[in-house]
Ligand binder design. Structure first.
Ligand SMILES: NC(=O)C1=CN([C@@H]2O[C@H](COP(=O)(O)OP(=O)(O)OC[C@H]3O[C@@H](n4cnc5c(N)ncnc54)[C@H](O)[C@@H]3O)[C@@H](O)[C@H]2O)C=CC1
Ligand SMILES: O=C([O-])CC(=O)C(=O)O
Length: 328
């Protein structure tokens, strides 16, 4: 029998955790033929709630679920982890920007990075969901010197999916007809959803982008500020759509992206597209199943360049801020 894959999920008792765990256990992330062992991490006060979720997971009798363990100690939770989903962190409330969470949440990711460094499996793949996701991923990476930095990623797949959906609606097409959209930069209001290389049911994104008023005053802000709009409408931040994006990110990472398309992920920069080395920034990426590769050689015009640079500048500011807090 195939050895189960160890999947560590932090913040297991939170709202994203509740939307995520059942789908992982059902085989939607790693495949219907791949058994998973869940390792749930929570703070001590929320371990009881995580135990309740584990009872419900048992009650689903998923054939792919090989076991569930619950921890309040990161060292134990990440021991042997093949996939680690770092969700546990405070969400923002109305009127807050994600960067307002830097101090509250940044301190979570140093100890978790160290625990991954000392105990995770050699092939560990990490997705940071907790906000501010890019900079939390940077903190975790910096605390795991023995793990290759490209194994730490931050989630911009939800932004990517939001862009697909908005673009499909604009072109009166189906989401499945939209390809090659890119989210650049930070998972924040400064992100740049780029449609210049996209294609919607055969129509080049560049021709849709000719309507600059729609692009600048509708499409870009709608995608970039969607998280705040959800908080305003729901009274709580996105949960099911975030869980869905996390599953798609890991699935594409380990099973590969579709031919002729790409997705977006926050990955370690080596200086591609003029993004400085040593930050986790969103790029267009593909995977053949063994790791993310940044899509090379896209033409970046002045309009896109200015927006990418602005979001990257914010990432550099966040890096300075966590340095001055002693988190890097
Ligand atoms: N990257 C993205 O696209 C998105 C990111 N998020 C972020 O995901 C995070 C989680 O959101 P929700 O599930 O809605 O929040 P939530 O408040 O419902 O759940 C968070 C859970 O994390 C736990 N937790 C806190 N500190 C922890 C630690 N040190 N170790 C383990 N668990 C810990 C809490 O006890 C709680 O159960 C937030 O930071 C939110 O802003 C949310 C949506 C999209
Ligand atoms: O906006 C938030 O705080 C939650 C989030 O990251 C999103 O929905 O994209």
């Amino acid at each position: 029998m195939t050895e189960p894959v160890n999947v560590t999920v932090t913040g297991a008792a939170g709202q994203i955790g509740y939307a995520l765990l059942f789908r992982i256990a059902a085989g939607e992330m790693l495949g219907a033929d791949v058994p998973v062992r869940l390792r749930l991490l929570e703070i001590p006060q929320a371990v009881g709630a995580a135990e309740g979720t584990a009872m419900e997971l048992d009650d689903c009798a998923f054939p792919t679920l090989a076991g569930i363990d619950i921890f309040d100690d990161p060292k134990k939770a990440f021991d042997g982890a093949n996939v680690a989903l770092l969700v546990g962190a405070r969400p923002r409330g109305p009127g807050m920007e994600r960067a307002d969470l830097l101090e509250a949440n940044g301190s979570i990711f140093g100890p978790q990075g160290r625990a991954i460094n000392s105990g995770a499996a050699d092939d560990v793949k990490v997705l940071v969901v907790g906000n501010p996701a890019n900079t939390n991923a940077l903190i975790a990476t910096a605390n795991a010197p023995d793990v290759p930095p490209e194994r730490f990623t931050a989630m911009t797949r939800l932004d990517h999916n939001r862009a697909l959906s908005q673009l499909a609606a604009r072109a009166d097409a189906r989401v499945g007809d939209v390809r090659r959209v890119t989210i650049w930069g930070n998972h924040s209001a400064s992100q740049y959803p780029d449609i210049f290389h996209a294609e919607v049911a055969g129509t080049p994104g560049a021709s849709l982008a000719e309507d600059r008023d729609w692009l600048e005053n509708d499409f870009i802000p709608t995608v970039a500020k969607r998280g705040a709009a959800i908080i305003e409408a729901r009274g709580a931040s996105s949960a099911a759509s975030a869980a869905n994006a996390a599953i798609s990110h890991v699935r594409d990472w380990v099973r590969g992206t579709p031919q002729g398309d790409w997705t977006s992920a926050g990955v370690w920069s080596l200086g591609e597209y003029g993004v400085p080395e040593g930050i986790v920034s969103s790029f267009p990426v593909t995977s053949s199943g063994s790791g993310w590769e940044i899509v090379p050689d896209l033409d970046i015009d002045d309009f896109s360049r200015a927006r990418i640079d602005a979001s990257v500048a914010e990432l550099l500011e966040e890096r300075e801020a966590v340095r001055s807090l002693g988190l890097l």
